[in-house]
Write a protein that binds this ligand. Structure first.
Ligand code: PMP
Length: 493
C-alpha cells in the first residue's frame, strides 16, 4: 500500500497514516472486511518503524473503524461501527490543516493557559472588553451616517483613499493630534483598521522572523500574540509606576540589537502606568543612538481622569524616529475598526503599500461618517462624558477592592485609561483563581497573557473598570473576594 507521507511535516507520521486510512475507509475506498497490510509489511513499504504503523492501527481500532483478529491481521470494520454520538465527522481534513494545528499546539505560548472548565455562573460580571457598549453614541452616529449617505451618495460607497485614507478624516486627525503637541501633516497620517492593523503593518514593513522586538513587560497581549505569530524574538523591559525602566534599557539595546521598540506610554495596557516626561526624552535619545524605531501605541491617551498630560513621544521626535498609532476604539467604539498611524520619511509609503496589499482600504463609508461625527463636536462631548463616567467607575472599583479583597492585594491607582492591574498575595496564581472566579460569576484577564514569558504573570490579573456600572463593579469585586478567599483557604473542590 502506498501512503503519501511528509517526513518534514509537524504532523506525526502515525497520524498521517491513520488519517489516510481513515479517509479511505470513510470514503468507501477500503470496503468492509478488507484486510489491511500486516504492520511489518506496511512499515517496510513506507520506511517507518513498526511502532508507527501499530499506533496508527490502534487509533483506527479504538474508533471502531478496523478490528484485529489474533494471528490473522487487521480488517476494515462493517459500516457505522460507532454510536452516532461518538462517530468522527465525515469530513477528514487535508494534511495542511492538521499541520497548521500541530504548529500552533507545539508553540509554548499558546499552550500556556489551559484552564479547566467549570460550570458557568448564570449572570457573570465581566471585567474584560473595552468600553461600556451601553454608552456608545449610537443615535448620533446614526445621524452622521444618514448625513453622509445623503450628502456623498456613491462617493461614500466606492473604495477611496488608497493613498492613506479619506483625506478630510486625516486632516481632522491632525487637528486632534495638535492638541497633544504632535505636529503632523495629513500626508503623514495613514488610516488603518484599528490600531491593531497599524501594529501589524509596522511589523510587516520593518521586521523579519527572528528579529528582536523590545516590549514593556508586561504589555498588551495581542501585540505579544502578533509578535509571536511573526516569529519575532520578544525581550521584555521591566516596568514601574513611571513606565518602562530606562535603566537597563541601554544594556538590552547593546546586547540584543532590537529592530523595534514597542511602548504604550499612556495608561499602559495592562499596568495603567504612564511613562514620565523625563523617560520619554531619554527613550527618544536612546532610540536615536541605537538606531531603533519606536512604535508608540497611544490606545487610550485621551481617557485621562487626573494629573497632567505628558507630551507624546512622537511630539519629542525630531523627525522619523517614532511611529505613532492611535485608535477610535477606546474613545468611541471598537466596532468602527478605525485607527491611524503617523509616520514620516520613506517608511510612510511602504506602510501605505502594506495597507493596500492587506485590505485595500478601510471602509470609506465609516471613515466619512466618523469624520462627520468628530468635526461637529460630538466627539469631544462624548469624550468628556466617557471620562466622567469612567473616573467614577475607577474610583468605585478601587473602593470595592479596599472593601472586599485582602489587604495584601496590591494595586496602583491609574490616572486614566481602562485598567486596574492587581498583584495578588504571594503564591496566589491568577490562573488557579480563574475557574473559581468563573464559578462565583466574575471574569478578568489573568496576568500571564501579558508577559513575554507567561509564568512571570501568574501573580497578577487585569480588571477593566470601564465596562460595568458602579453597582456591578461592587458586586463583581465582592465575588472576586469570595473566589480569592476560597483559593487561599483551599475550600474548593
Ligand atoms: N493597543 C492596545 C494597547 C490595545 O489595548 C488594543 C485593543 N485592546 C489595541 C492596540 C488594538 O485596538 P484597536 O485595533 O481596536 O484599535
Amino acid at each position: 500500500m502506498r501512503i503519501p507521507l511528509d517526513q518534514q511535516s509537524p504532523v506525526p507520521l502515525y497520524r498521517q497514516i491513520e488519517r489516510y486510512l481513515r479517509q479511505s475507509i470513510l470514503a468507501g475506498k477500503l470496503a468492509a472486511e478488507t484486510r489491511l497490510p500486516a504492520t511489518r509489511q506496511l512499515a517496510q513499504d513506507l520506511g517507518v518503524s513498526r511502532i508507527t504503523v501499530n499506533n496508527a492501527y490502534a487509533e483506527l481500532e479504538s474508533d471502531g473503524l478496523i478490528y484485529t483478529v489474533e494471528g490473522s491481521g487487521a480488517y476494515v470494520a462493517p459500516a457505522n461501527p460507532l454510536p452516532a454520538s461518538n462517530r468522527e465527522p465525515a469530513i477528514v481534513w487535508p494534511l495542511w490543516q492538521l499541520e497548521a494545528q500541530a504548529r500552533a499546539e507545539s508553540s509554548p505560548e499558546t499552550s500556556s493557559e489551559r484552564i479547566p472548565q467549570r460550570p458557568r455562573h448564570p449572570h457573570p460580571i465581566a471585567f474584560t472588553g473595552v468600553g461600556d457598549p451601553r454608552h456608545f453614541p449610537v443615535h448620533d452616529f446614526y445621524k452622521a451616517l444618514k448625513t453622509v449617505l445623503h450628502r456623498d451618495g456613491i462617493a461614500a460607497l466606492v473604495y477611496g483613499g488608497f493613498d492613506g485614507g479619506y483625506r478630510p478624516l486625516r486632516e481632522t486627525i491632525t487637528h486632534m493630534l495638535a492638541s497633544q503637541g504632535i505636529q503632523a501633516h495629513p500626508d503623514q497620517v495613514l488610516i488603518t483598521a484599528g490600531s491593531q492593523q497599524a501594529l501589524a503593518l509596522v511589523c510587516q514593513v520593518l521586521l523579519k522572523p527572528g528579529d528582536v522586538v523590545l516590549v514593556e513587560s508586561p504589555t498588551y497581549n495581542v501585540a505579544l500574540d502578533l509578535f509571536r505569530s511573526l516569529a519575532l524574538k520578544i525581550i521584555g523591559v521591566p516596568l514601574d509606576e513611571n513606565g518602562l525602566q530606562i535603566q537597563g534599557l541601554e544594556m538590552l539595546l547593546q546586547q540584543h540589537h532590537p529592530r523595534l521598540l514597542y511602548t504604550i506610554p499612556n495608561f499602559q495596557n495592562p499596568s495603567g502606568s504612564c511613562l514620565s516626561g523625563i523617560r520619554r526624552r531619554q527613550l527618544i535619545a536612546l532610540a536615536d543612538r541605537y538606531n531603533v524605531p519606536i512604535l508608540e501605541d497611544d490606545f487610550a491617551g485621551d481617557l485621562r481622569y487626573d494629573g497632567r498630560t505628558q507630551p507624546a513621544i512622537k511630539a519629542l521626535d525630531p523627525g522619523g524616529r517614532a511611529i505613532y498609532t492611535g485608535t477610535f476604539s477606546k474613545m468611541l467604539m471598537p466596532g468602527l475598526r478605525v485607527g491611524f498611524l503617523v509616520a514620516e520619511g520613506p517608511i510612510f509609503g511602504r506602510l501605505v503599500e502594506a495597507k493596500r496589499v492587506n485590505d485595500l482600504a478601510t471602509s470609506n463609508l465609516i471613515q466619512r461618517t466618523l469624520d462627520e461625527y468628530v468635526t461637529i463636536g460630538r466627539y469631544q462631548a462624548h469624550l468628556r462624558r466617557s471620562c466622567r463616567i469612567y473616573r467614577q467607575r475607577r474610583d468605585a472599583m478601587l473602593a470595592a477592592i479596599r472593601r472586599y479583597l485582602p489587604s495584601d492585594v496590591h494595586v496602583n491607582p491609574p490616572k486614566g485609561g481602562l485598567f486596574l492591574w492587581l498583584r495578588l498575595p504571594e503564591k496566589v496564581s491568577s490562573l488557579a483563581l480563574l475557574p473559581l472566579a468563573a464559578e462565583e460569576g466574575v471574569e478578568y484577564a489573568p496576568g500571564s497573557r501579558f508577559f513575554p514569558n507567561p509564568v512571570d504573570g501568574e501573580g497578577f490579573l487585569r480588571l477593566n473598570f470601564a465596562t460595568q456600572t458602579p453597582e456591578e463593579i461592587e458586586e463583581g469585586i465582592r465575588r472576586l473576594g469570595m473566589a480569592l478567599r476560597r483559593l487561599i483557604t483551599g475550600s474548593h473542590g
